[in-house]
Design a protein around this ligand. Structure first.
Ligand code: CR1
Length: 838
């Protein structure tokens, strides 16, 4: 029972922590307190980083207070919650976002201003929490922001990696990977919950026996154990009292010290166990859209899902409800197949530990889980070898086989005598050794399966899950188009534009209701507004030019067209095609007379992104970009007409500078390969136009902003197979412009051509899987169209405004509402003022 505080105490609490009561003095008191005691610094020994830490700790105090209120009130009311299981949360920096969401940025800025610090410098002192590879992890972060803002009772569950995505440096043009020491200084945005420690087991064997009713039961007798320790990351909503939680698990040894080994004189071996245990959460796998198949990765997945389910089940049990109520109280979203083991683990808990019968348990399981698929790329499909799985999770393997058996029996009943069908749908792939297909398990164990953009959802229905659609019916397969949070990606990252929008619309309500941006359509022809709009874009470009100068030593003119492609480096994303077209542009410029040159639209082509450390061809693309940059940027015949820049170590906080500064950004994947993309949404929301293919969310962006405000080229998804077939078997020749470009590389224009041979050979006729040759001509034409459009600045600014004005659909608030209404069936729960609690 919660004891009620006297009114005076509540008043004091409110003065200290309530947002609208925050005044400069209280804030300075708390900053000075943290500098002096928590950080043990003398007043004269305070630098930007200390200031950052102190502001962070002070803001964190407030977050904890809000967080406690939210969790307390939620425990009492016990509404249905959603649990978002994601192996990646790419949060980036927290301070600016937290202060803006709390509505306290101005008063904090004034508070530290009087102490002699500038907010911009203090904000810059924070390092990124980079616990993700790319979009999948950033999407999870955006969804957490929307869930809190919309006041949904939601928890995220993930892993607390000691090392997030590696730091990228460019050495002699090549990517080099370095560890990301993000926890070197304490992380003020997490609360270690050392009291929450959950044992997680591996290996061992299964003991089968008859229970008192003669029913055969199974008990897992594990051979190893580790502990999962909880670290909570509070996620404040924007303009609300609600503060949600992401719980990240860290692995710790159950027993640090093996006394037997020690007594035998083997000190090293006596601590070996401990090292093994800590390894589980030590590093994020740096693969985006690829699957490594490593045992440690499987261990991570089980460790995380088992700890999370333990927590979820414990919370459910507090309410003393019947198990059949579980799906009324709990929705679990599987962010890709990574957490699919949770399905098996819940079935094991219900059958082996809670003694439910198989069918009742399975009914509960399938009503609880829903699954988001994020890719159709075959190399990303998770499969686990049966022998490895059996060694680590012997009881889970039995359960997987039983789930598969009962499922295939039902399929067989519906579609008798179709052995090929059973083989295709089976959760077990008959290979040497057998493999567990996690995507099939996720579909079978979930009540809803969704893709992340309309085209992608259609594709999964027609390809990888076709048989399942036939068996379950199409209702189970839905679309939820991805979204982004306008709080970070406009209000925070482009604050000047955000202020202009608020001033123009007469209110800041658009920050929570992005459709209100439509009001800007009225301003498209307003000259004064246009001028302000372009002035902000220009200031953002100046800021990026400074960053480029500082990080790459390259001087670029903010008057040139800024053309950006920043994302993970992957063959399907076709950065290779982009740099090939840059070479074409370079060669064209070199062939012009001075008079002709005067008509060329100057362009700065900006790249950024990490390649998976083992992805050889992708790493060569980075090398080629840098080699081209070296030659082009120093060629006096080119001057400012073309500059090429590769910005190292692309991450969330760099994106916050790059996105607001782009004129055009490229989203040029081979049609049908990019499930959605979300940076496309960020660029357009910030008034940047896009050059793209009819792929992923580009298609829906086009529908919203209109075809005059986007540059589209290339083949369509349904043409891809025929084109591949044609080049393989009908001897379609290579695009002539492309031939010219390859000849230039092979001639040694950009360093020793031998270096690039493995890359160029991916374009050999019949092997050009991503159809660079087929799309090249239309890509070059689209680039010309961009140049021509940019020259007409009067029209360009209108396009830019229309872009922002019509992006309402791509708010992650809309996505999250769709999940809540159609998949999770949860309702908002508003945290009330603590004085209203009785
Ligand atoms: C997709 O490639 C999509 C994100 C988030 C990625 C990208 O197009 O925007 O998911 N897929 O939905 C992925 O990481 C493992 O698959």
């Amino acid at each position: 029972e919660r004891s009620k505080w006297p009114k005076e105490t509540i008043d004091l609490w409110n003065r200290l922590y309530k947002k609208d009561a925050a005044d400069i003095e209280t804030i300075q008191k708390s900053i000075v307190h943290h500098v002096t005691t928590t950080l043990a610094r003398a007043a004269y020994n305070m630098d930007n980083f200390t200031a950052y830490q102190a502001v962070a700790l002070s803001a964190r105090d407030r977050l904890i207070a809000q967080w406690n209120e939210t969790q307390g009130q939620l425990s009492k009311a016990d509404p249905k919650r959603v649990y978002y299981l994601s192996l990646e949360f790419l949060l980036g920096r927290s301070m600016d976002n937290a202060l803006l969401n709390l509505g306290l940025k101005d008063v904090y800025a004034k508070g530290i201003g009087q102490l002699g610090f500038r907010m911009e410098d203090v904000v810059e002192s924070e390092s990124d929490a980079a616990l993700g590879n790319g979009n999948l992890g950033r999407l999870a972060a955006c969804y957490m922001d929307s869930l809190a803002t919309l006041e949904y009772p939601a928890w995220g569950y993930g892993l607390r990696y000691n090392y997030g995505i590696f730091q990228q440096r460019i050495i002699e043009g090549y990517q080099a990977e370095f560890p990301d020491y993000w926890l070197n200084f304490d992380n003020p945005w997490e609360l270690p919950r050392l009291d929450i420690s959950i044992p997680i087991y591996f290996a061992g064997h299964v003991h089968s026996f008859q229970d008192e009713y003669g029913v055969t039961r199974h008990k897992w007798v594990p051979g190893q154990s580790v502990q999962a320790i909880a670290y909570d990351v509070p996620i404040p909503g924007y303009d609300t009292e609600n503060c949600n939680n992401i719980r990240l698990w860290r692995s710790k040894p159950t027993r640090v010290f093996d006394l037997t080994s020690f007594n035998e004189g083997n000190y090293e071996k006596s601590v070996e166990d401990a090292t093994q245990a800590e390894k589980i959460t030590s590093v994020l796998y740096p693969n985006d859209n690829t699957m490594a198949g490593k045992e440690l990765r499987l261990k991570q997945q089980y460790f995380w899902t088992a700890a999370s389910l333990h927590d979820i089940v414990r919370r459910f049990k507090k309410s003393q409800r019947d198990w059949s109520d579980f799906p009324e109280q709990v929705a679990i979203q599987l962010n890709d197949t990574h957490p699919t083991l949770a399905i098996v683990e819940l079935q094991r808990i219900l059958v082996d530990e809670e003694q439910l019968n198989w069918d009742d348990a399975w009914e509960i399981v399938t009503r609880t889980f829903a699954f988001t698929n994020h890719t159709v790329l075959p190399e990303a499909m998770e499969k686990w070898s049966v022998p490895m799985f059996e060694y680590l999770l012997p009881r889970h393997l039995q359960i997987v086989f039983d789930i598969n058996l009962f499922f295939l029996q039902k399929v067989e009943k519906r579609f008798p005598n179709d052995r090929e069908l059973l083989k295709r749908m089976s959760i077990i792939e008959e290979a040497q050794p057998q493999q567990i297909r996690m995507a099939h398990l996720a579909v079978v164990g979930s009540h809803k399966v969704n893709g992340v953009a309309a085209l992608h959802s259609n594709l999964i229905r027609d390809t990888i899950f076709k048989d399942f659609v036939e068996y379950y019916g199409s209702d189970k397969f839905v679309n939820v188009t991805n979204g982004i949070t306008s709080r970070r990606w406009l209000n925070q990252a482009n604050h000047k534009l955000s202020e202009l929008i608020t001033e123009t619309l007469g209110s800041d309500a658009w920050i929570k209701d992005l459709d209100l941006l439509k009001g800007l359509n009225k301003k498209v022809d307003d000259k004064v507004f246009q001028k302000k709009w372009m002035a902000i874009k220009r200031a953002n470009k100046v800021r990026l030019a400074e960053l480029i100068k500082e990080r790459c030593g390259i001087e670029v003119s903010p008057d040139a067209l800024f053309d950006v492609q920043v994302k993970r480096i992957h063959e399907y994303k076709r950065q290779f095609m982009n740099i090939l077209a840059v070479i074409h542009r370079y060669r064209t410029i070199k062939s012009l007379t001075p008079a002709q040159k005067a008509n060329v639209q100057p362009r700065v082509v900006i790249f950024g992104g990490k390649a998976a450390p083992g992805y050889y061809v992708a790493k060569l693309v980075i090398k080629l970009i840098n080699s081209v940059a070296n030659v082009v940027n120093q060629d006096p015949a080119v001057g400012d007409l073309l500059k090429v820049v590769f910005i190292p170590d692309y991450n969330v906080s760099l994106a916050e500078v790059i996105v607001p500064a782009s004129d055009i950004s490229q989203h040029i994947s081979t049609a049908g390969t990019e499930a959605s993309g979300t940076s496309n949404m960020k660029f357009v929301l910030n008034g940047g136009l896009i050059l793209g293919t009819m792929d992923g969310a580009n298609i829906e962006i086009l529908e919203e902003i209109g075809e005059d405000n986007i540059f589209i080229f290339g083949c369509l998804a349904h043409e891809v197979e025929d084109l591949r077939y044609a080049q393989r078997y009908r001897g379609v020749p290579m695009d002539p412009a492309l031939q010219g470009v390859l000849a230039a590389i092979e001639k040694g224009t950009f360093e020793d051509p031998k270096i690039f041979q493995p890359l160029i050979s991916t374009l050999t006729i019949g092997k050009d899987y991503y159809l660079i040759s087929a799309d090249f001509a239309s890509y070059l034409r689209a680039n010309q169209a961009v140049d021509a459009a940019y020259k007409d600045q009067d029209e360009w600014v209108k396009k830019s405004i229309r872009c922002t004005a019509n992006m309402g659909k791509f708010s992650s608030d809309r996505s999250v509402k769709e999940y809540a209404d159609n998949i999770w069936h949860i309702k908002p729960f508003k945290v009330v003022d603590n004085q209203q609690i009785d």
